[in-house]
Write a protein of this length. Structure first.
Ligand SMILES: CSC[C@@H](O)[C@@H](O)C(=O)COP(=O)(O)O
Length: 367
């Protein structure tokens, strides 16, 4: 997407082909800073410390990290060790394992001296494919926005609520949840986005608000607890969120708080859609609540806040008594029964085993 008129992706290879550039998302929205990752360890740190985040971008970064590792040690042992190191960075987003498996499968049959170059090319393919897939998700999701817009009068916008950042910063480009929104906006359909702040890391306040603003999409930030109230007052036409892992039965694991939005949507008859590339489906899991590992992050993310002072300095402050302990689960699972539809690159389906099988029949055969 464009930043000040210049097209950007969230990750791009250096010209010499040995490192990648990323946008350091810990610095947004106050500073636009890019960093260069040149080793698998740097890629792992960038993922673990959330310089890059969002399921598809985590996968893309890990793929390049594995290519960097193979440039150093292309042996089978080197490949397995680097893949394990990168896989351990964040446990919930399945795209991480998907991307590492894809690179491993494409290089394992090759002689060692060809592996690094092949892995680099594969990582590039994963990125290009992510852009295409997200664009397709947007095309399908756009039809849902159009349907609602058709019932509006006098330029009244379609009000969409989103949680966390499933925007272009979370992918290589376009985003998943935001792709239909950008495409609707670009097609001249009036849209307005309610952006959940998304405590504790505030991906909504810092990232989604930043991207939507840069693209000129009308939006307003709300505290995480406001969604139910907005829905009760008819101010939300639809919810669109992303996901870190979707089960073969349609359960959706996404940023903590997504489940509560789905409950409120259900109670208020508001459609609750989940946008996802098929790389986010874990075909081996059927029960999201029991089987998906939920990342537990530092309690400090809850007890402290970082922001900009009025004189422009970045500062971290405590918001609790010093002895307060916090628990910080980073994701939750929304059962399939609360999900109106899944928006994938192949089209829209019910959040169920049958729905997914209708779009991905080859996976039904495989499982
Ligand atoms: C297209 S991104 C989908 C999800 O990864 C996104 O909604 C999300 O929960 C991101 O969590 P994060 O902890 O910021 O990596």
């Amino acid at each position: 997407m464009k930043i000040d008129g210049v097209a950007h992706r969230s990750i791009w290879p250096a010209e010499h082909g040995r490192s990648v550039h990323i946008i350091d998302q810990t610095q947004l929205p106050h500073r636009f800073v890019t960093s260069e990752l040149a080793t698998p360890e740097e890629a792992a740190t960038a993922i673990r410390d959330m310089w890059v985040r969002g399921a598809p971008l985590i996968g893309a970064t890990a793929a390049y990290g594995l290519a960097m590792a193979l440039a150093r040690d292309p042996s089978d042992a080197g490949l397995a060790q680097a893949a394990a190191m990168l896989a351990a960075t964040r446990p919930t987003a399945i795209n991480l394992r998907w991307a590492l498996d894809a690179v491993t499968a494409s290089v394992a049959p090759l002689p060692e001296d060809q592996r690094a170059a092949a892995a680099w090319a594969k990582a590039g393919e994963i990125c290009d494919e992510d852009v295409e897939v997200n664009h397709a998700i947007g095309r399908h999701g756009l039809s849902l926005i159009r349907e609602i817009a058709a019932h509006k009068s006098g330029g009244e916008p379609v009000n969409i609520l989103t949680h966390c950042n499933a925007g272009w910063l979370a992918t290589v480009d376009w985003g998943t949840a935001t792709s239909p929104i950008y495409q609707a906006h670009d097609a001249g359909i009036p849209v307005h986005v309610w952006v959940d702040e998304t405590r504790p890391r505030n991906q909504g306040a810092g990232l989604t608000a930043w991207e939507l603003g840069r693209h000129g999409v009308s939006h307003r930030l709300v505290v995480d607890n406001a969604g139910g109230h907005l829905m009760q007052h008819g101010l939300v036409d639809m919810v669109i969120v992303g996901t870190d892992r979707t089960t073969a039965t349609g359960d959706v694991c996404n940023k903590i708080g997504t489940y509560l939005k789905a409950l409120a949507a259900h109670d208020n008859g508001v459609p609750f859609h989940v946008a996802l590339p098929s790389s986010t489906i874990d075909w081996t899991v059927r029960d999201g609540l029991r089987e998906i590992p939920i990342e537990e992050r530092s309690g400090r993310e809850v007890t402290h806040l970082t922001g900009l002072t009025e004189d422009g300095r970045s500062e971290t402050i405590a918001i609790t008594p010093p002895t307060t302990q916090a628990t910080n689960p980073a994701f939750d699972v929304t059962p399939a029964r609360l999900v109106t539809s899944l928006i994938t690159e192949r089209g829209i389906c019910a959040a169920s085993a049958q729905g997914l099988a209708s779009l991905f029949p080859e996976r039904r055969a495989a499982s």
